[in-house]
Design a protein. Structure first.
Length: 327
C-alpha cells in the first residue's frame, strides 16, 4: 500500500510503529483490544479494498472514497464513522483557494486517513503522531486522532481569513482609483470566498453530530470540550466568511455604481459636444442651400457674420454646459 504512517496502540498504551501495511494488520490482529491507526496517501483501488476488507468498512463509504469529489460530510455505518474533510490552502499572490479532500474512517479500534496530496499527508501524519504522544488510555482511542486532525484543519482557516481580509482592504483602497481590473478582482475573490464557505460550513453540523454521539458511542468525556472548541472555531470562521462575502457584495455594488456613473459622465460630455458642434452645422447648412432669393446673401459682411454667429452660439452653449458640469 501507499503507506504514509502506521502504528498499533495496545491496551496498555504502548505504541508500536510499523513500516509495512501487511505487518500493521498482522500486529493489530494479534493485539487484544488494540487500536490501529493508518495514513494512506494516493492509494489505488486494490489498496483501498484491502484496507476495507481488513477493517470491515461499509461498501457505500468505500465507494465514496473510490469515486472521490465528495462534499464535506459525516456518516455513521454501525460503529464506524466516515468523514469527508475539505482542508483549504490559499495562494496569496494568485488569490486562489486550493481545496483538497481527506477521507477518514473512525471505528472503535481503528483510525484510517486517506489523503491525496503532500500537504494533507503531512498534516495527517503529524497530527496522528501528536495524538500518540498523549499518555494513558486516551492515546488508544481513535476519537483522539479524529479530534487532532479536525483541530488542525480548522486552525488553518485563521491565517487564510487574515490574508483574505488583507486582499479585501486592497480592493477597497483601489475601488475609487479607476483601475479597470478592480471589478475582475472583486468577482474572482468573491468566488474564492464562496468556495471557502462550501468547504467550511458543513463542519458546524458535523461537529454537532459528533458531540451528540459522545454519550451514545462511548466517546471519552475529555474529548467533549475539545470537540466543542473545534466547533466554536468553525462557527467563528463561518461568521467571518459571511462578513467577507457581504463586504465583497457591497464592493461589487459600489463598483457597478461607479462604472455606471463614469458612463453617465461620458454620455453627458458626448451629448454636450454634439450639441455644440451641431449648432454651426445647422447655420452652415441653412446658408449653404442653393436658393436664389435668401436674406443676407448679398451682404458684403455675410460670410463673416455667419462665422461670428457660429462662434457666438458655440460659446454660449459651452458656457451653459460648463455651468451644468457636463464638460
Amino acid at each position: 500500500m501507499t503507506l504514509a504512517y502506521a502504528a498499533v496502540v495496545g491496551r496498555e498504551g504502548r505504541v508500536r510503529e510499523v513500516e509495512d501495511s501487511d505487518e500493521a494488520f498482522r500486529v493489530w490482529g494479534e493485539q487484544d483490544a488494540g487500536c490501529l491507526t493508518m495514513v494512506l496517501d494516493h492509494p489505488d483501488e486494490q489498496e483501498i479494498y484491502e484496507a476495507a476488507r481488513v477493517l470491515n468498512l461499509h461498501e457505500l463509504a468505500v465507494e465514496d472514497t473510490m469515486e472521490g469529489h465528495q462534499r464535506p460530510k459525516l456518516e455513521r455505518y454501525g460503529e464506524t464513522l466516515f468523514l469527508v474533510l475539505h482542508p483549504v490552502a490559499y495562494r496569496d499572490r494568485a488569490e486562489k483557494l486550493e481545496v483538497s479532500e481527506t477521507h477518514l474512517f473512525v471505528g472503535p479500534d481503528h483510525f484510517l486517513a486517506i489523503t491525496r496530496g503532500k500537504r494533507d499527508r503531512h498534516r495527517a501524519v503529524h497530527q496522528v503522531r501528536r495524538a500518540l504522544r498523549r499518555s494513558g488510555e486516551e492515546a488508544a482511542n481513535p476519537q483522539c486522532f479524529l479530534y487532532e486532525l479536525l483541530d488542525a484543519v480548522v486552525d488553518e482557516y485563521e491565517p487564510i481569513l487574515v490574508e483574505l481580509d488583507e486582499d479585501l482592504d486592497e480592493i477597497e483602497e483601489n475601488l475609487f482609483s479607476g483601475d479597470e481590473k478592480t471589478s475582475q478582482r472583486i468577482y474572482e475573490l468573491f468566488n474564492e470566498v464562496v468556495k471557502f464557505q462550501r468547504a467550511t460550513r458543513p463542519l458546524n453540523y458535523m461537529m454537532e453530530l459528533l458531540m451528540r454521539g459522545t454519550q451514545k458511542y462511548g466517546t471519552p468525556e475529555t474529548l467533549l470540550p475539545r470537540f466543542r472548541d473545534v466547533k466554536d472555531h468553525a462557527i467563528r470562521a463561518s461568521d467571518h466568511l459571511d462578513g467577507l462575502r457581504a463586504a465583497l457584495q457591497n464592493a461589487l455594488t459600489v463598483e457597478a455604481t461607479l462604472v455606471a456613473q463614469d458612463q453617465n459622465d461620458a454620455m453627458k460630455k458626448m451629448s454636450a459636444w454634439a450639441a455644440i458642434l451641431i449648432a454651426p452645422t445647422i447655420i452652415a447648412g441653412i446658408y449653404g442651400m442653393n436658393f436664389q432669393h435668401m436674406p443676407e446673401l448679398d451682404l458684403s459682411w455675410g460670410y463673416y457674420g455667419a462665422l461670428g454667429l457660429m462662434v457666438a452660439v458655440c460659446t454660449v452653449l459651452w458656457g451653459v454646459f460648463k455651468k451644468k458640469d457636463w464638460l
